[in-house]
Design a protein. Sequence first.
Length: 161
Amino acid sequence: MRHVREVDANDHTVIMVQVENEIGMIPDSRDRSSIANELFNQPVPADLMNNLQQREGQLIPEFRNVWAANNFKTQGNWEEIFGRGPGTDEIFMAWYFARYVNRDKPGDPMVGLLSVEEGKYVNGQWVAGRRLNGDQTHQGRHLRLVPGKFGIQRVKLYRYR
């Protein structure tokens, strides 16, 4: 924000700033460091496999297709379960990115979605559209943005322990 003030203090051309950092992607389909290779060759974490088995029918088609192409195996390393290819690499990276971003330290407050509104800005003013309910925000845990159907969501967060 300091940078925005320094370069745009007079003209005010910056109309919006995304305050959350996005995970940077590397030029390859996955990290190939020695640590990453070691994890890639270990069994897929039980937490992930349990979740996939419970939600098999709810998985997005792109993810489900990668797993289905290898007969929905439930035990083995990443390539044994999901097959060889960039889809498997992406699943591996997504799992470990999510584990890092969502890591908890004892005593840290947790964050949830208090409210989510779809809407738009008209003449610099927020015009609320539809307010998403608990089913649509998975009881405040996350918001799924449908590929190709992007809009503006106004989100309020809350903290809890």
